[in-house]
Design a protein around this ligand. Structure first.
Ligand code: GDP
Length: 294
């Protein structure tokens, strides 16, 4: 299941037919199924209510057919995303991106994909392995550095994460790197300690200048509403400036992208649509909605 499959259901008008005539009148049953789908796909109560109420109150009037209902859905979803839309604008060098998130969210993969994306744009990239708690995390990042042929600061395990991050940013300033991607720990079971550790990293690299330029939170969309809870915790501790939503290619809970925009008011910078290196897309609300509803 992907976010496209959710929208395939919407576009089919919940009918059995392969090709639903778009001028078919909508019914109460259509509305019930739409509401159920939006709720179970984690669009959130507020976005779901906006859509259902607008269709309901105009049913028989300006909203008669499936085409009309789709028009309402498109309009509301676009306004939700566009109200917080802000692409990541890379300005100044080095541009330091502190990448945070829970283990398994796709943090390391996202860093690897971002490095590739920025290198394609001609930027020099330094990876910094500040998740020093797990040797595997350092190794995984090293693999991405090899794959991208980019430089990495990889300490021996158990080195102080804040010291590693500091050295990384210091090196980037001295050697004129364009972009620094700092990987951080994401152990869920010691969440309080984790937040303190990442807060310290943020504080310490701030001693070198106006860094980090971006606190980028990686969220796994397959966990639906829990992603929203995680996001609030990270935001309270770290003032998150942008979000990457991963695994939209493999979840029945992809509506979370709208709930996050609506509730969190933090721009979504990138979306992960697969495991391959070029499966990370810069997020553009209008293009995204068109890809879902066309
Ligand atoms: P980390 O623990 O947060 O660093 O997570 P990883 O980067 O190791 O990713 C965890 C798993 O999610 C890996 O198997 C990745 O290949 C996978 N993954 C990451 N992003 C995506 C995505 O956008 N789509 C899919 N389908 N899988 C992803």
């Amino acid at each position: 299941m992907s976010i496209f499959d959710i929208f395939k259901k919407i576009k089919s008008g919940f009918g059995d037919e392969k090709e639903t005539p778009k001028d078919k009148p909508i019914t109460d049953s259509y509305l019930e199924q739409l509401e159920e789908l939006l709720i179970t796909s984690d669009f959130g109560v507020s976005v779901t209510q906006r859509i259902i109420e607008e269709i309901n109150s105009n049913m028989g009037g300006s909203v008669k057919t499936i085409r009309d209902a789709e028009f309402v859905i498109r309009k509301i979803l676009l306004s939700v995303l566009e109200s917080v839309e802000k692409p990541l604008y890379i300005k100044g060098s080095p541009f330091v991106i502190l990448v945070v998130g829970i283990n398994g969210s796709g943090k390391t993969t996202t860093i690897g994909k971002l490095a590739s994306l920025y290198q394609e744009r001609g930027k020099s990239v330094l990876l910094v392995a500040a998740d020093t708690f797990r040797a595997a995390a350092i190794e995984q990042l090293q693999e991405w550095a090899i794959r991208n042929s980019c430089d990495i600061l990889a300490p021996s395990p158990k080195t102080d994460p804040a010291a590693v991050a500091y050295d990384g940013v210091h090196k980037a300033i001295a050697k004129n790197y364009d972009i620094v991607l700092v990987d951080t720990a994401g152990r869920l079971h010691t969440q309080k300690h984790l937040m303190e550790e990442v807060k310290k990293i943020k504080r310490v690299i701030g001693k070198l200048g106006n860094y980090p330029n971006e606190v980028l939170l990686v969220l796994d969309s397959t966990i639906g509403q829990n992603a929203l809870i995680q996001a609030k915790e990270f935001n309270n501790a770290l003032d998150v400036s942008g979000v990457v939503l991963t695994k939209l290619d493999s979840t029945s809970k992809g509506g979370i992208i709208f709930a996050i925009s609506q509730d969190l008011k933090i721009p979504i910078r990138y979306i992960g649509m697969g495991e391959k290196i070029d499966d990370l897309k810069a997020f553009v609300a209008r293009d995204f909605i068109e890809s879902l509803l066309n």
